[in-house]
Design a protein around this ligand. Structure first.
Ligand code: MG
Ligand code: MG
Ligand code: MG
Length: 308
């Protein structure tokens, strides 16, 4: 059997069966020792899979840190330390220095420190970050209850549109195109939402593989269904402009495009903070599956590392 036949989630289930651990299944592993509660995570960026050699290396460094901070924050923790393992061919030293300038500025922005790492030679560049956060309140993908609201931060779909623009090799980008490209190359993890979700979220994760796929993961792990309000999914004006000018469906980009690095969580509808960048996109219901009012369950599409 090939991995593509069971997909990323199927492969994770098999690994869990071998390790017999209950720590796998959330955005980070929540561990405790001597009264200290930590969140551990790692995420890798690989050349040609996650980025191209032509991208500015400082942005790749920024993103390698940000995607890990996104998981740490989604699990209710404050990022503290990171180790960075880089595998690389014999390229210009200035490339790696620029990469580390990006890593450094991200660490300053989020308030964490790189305290070590590893270097190896390789055909392609890869940057693997291991990060440790101190848990304020462990947030998991389970815990959502019927009657609660489903919320997201920010706007969705911008990163996917930015990737499409990058891959089109278009020159002389307009303002809205530059905005979307930057959302893809240099995402910002929502550390600004940490206090709110730690106080209010019943279940939480970050959106990295597309809203629908990640909603489905949260619903399955919480053993609930979700009624989705598609008209309430936040779309940027830049995404709407891109969709209009390129005959694309902005809502579809927002629902199945990946790498948003926004937060997805459930909480009581009565604790909405109108001063925060949070948007209710649905409601938790009994049962299973993702629904739009008046129609059947939605087919789950999104990014899978091992999809054929
Ligand atoms: Mg995640
Ligand atoms: Mg990952
Ligand atoms: Mg991740």
């Amino acid at each position: 059997m090939k991995i593509s036949e069971i997909g990323e989630d199927g492969l994770i289930n098999r690994i869990v069966n071998i390790l017999k651990t209950s720590y796998i299944g959330d955005d980070t592993a929540h561990v405790s020792t001597d009264g200290l509660n930590l969140s551990l995570t790692c995420d890798i960026l690989i050349e040609n899979r996650h980025f191209l050699r032509s991208y500015p290396p400082s942005f790749i460094g920024w993103k390698a840190i940000s995607v890990n901070v996104s998981d740490i924050v989604a699990s209710g923790a404050k990022p503290l330390w990171a180790l960075v393992s880089i595998a690389l061919p014999n390229i210009e030293v200035s490339y790696i220095e620029a990469l580390y300038e990006g890593i450094k500025s991200a660490c300053e922005f989020y308030g964490l420190e790189v305290v070590g790492g590893n270097l190896s030679s390789s055909e392609l560049i890869s940057i693997d970050v291991f990060m440790v956060g101190k848990t304020k309140r462990a947030l998991r993908r389970f815990g959502a209850s019927p009657g609660e609201g489903v919320f997201v931060s920010g706007t969705l779909g911008d990163s996917k549109a930015g990737l499409e623009i990058l891959l089109s090799n278009k020159k002389d980008l307009t303002d809205f195109e530059n905005y979307l490209v930057e959302r893809h190359l240099r995402p910002t993890a929502r550390i600004d939402m940490l206090e709110h979700i730690v106080k209010n979220a019943s279940a939480c994760m970050d959106i990295s593989d597309g809203l629908l796929r990640d909603l489905d993961r949260l619903a399955k792990r919480s053993k609930v269904g979700i009624e989705l309000y598609p008209e309430s999914i936040p779309l940027s004006k830049e995404l709407k402009t891109y969709a209009r000018l390129n005959s694309k469906d902005a809502l579809e980009l927002a629902m199945i495009g990946g790498e948003d690095y926004q937060l997805l969580w459930t909480q009581s509808e009565s604790s909405v903070n109108v001063f925060l960048d949070m948007h209710q996109i649905g409601r938790v219901i009994e049962g299973e599956g993702i629904y739009i009012k008046g129609s059947g369950p939605i087919e789950i599409k999104g990014f899978d590392h091992f999809a054929p």
